[in-house]
Ligand binder design. Structure first.
Ligand SMILES: [Zn+2]
Ligand SMILES: [Zn+2]
Length: 84
């Protein structure tokens, strides 16, 4: 099973540390034209935070993909929304 997601890259141990990819669920994947600078994500609470990366199909189970994880806020929001 895959989910549409957009990546946020962070450096949890500082700028020189390893990159961690956090997958967020886009609020409106249909609005993606492939050239956007940012995407609204469902965990951003309307604060206008966008994630500047393309939308991709990502497996729900990230086992075997070290350094990648799902945004727990997005998963919680998705589960309570029920629209998907
Ligand atoms: Zn998120
Ligand atoms: Zn886009």
């Amino acid at each position: 099973m895959t989910v549409l997601a957009t990546a946020e890259r962070t450096h949890p141990d500082g700028a020189m540390g390893p990159v961690e990819t956090i997958w967020h669920i886009p609020a409106d994947p249909a609005a993606c034209d492939g050239e956007c600078d940012a995407h609204r994500i469902i965990c951003d609470d309307g604060l206008g935070v966008g994630v500047p990366a393309g939308i991709r199909e990502v497996p729900r189970d990230l086992t075997g993909r070290p350094g990648e994880r799902w945004c727990t806020s997005c998963l919680t929001a998705e589960a309570s929304d029920g629209a998907r």
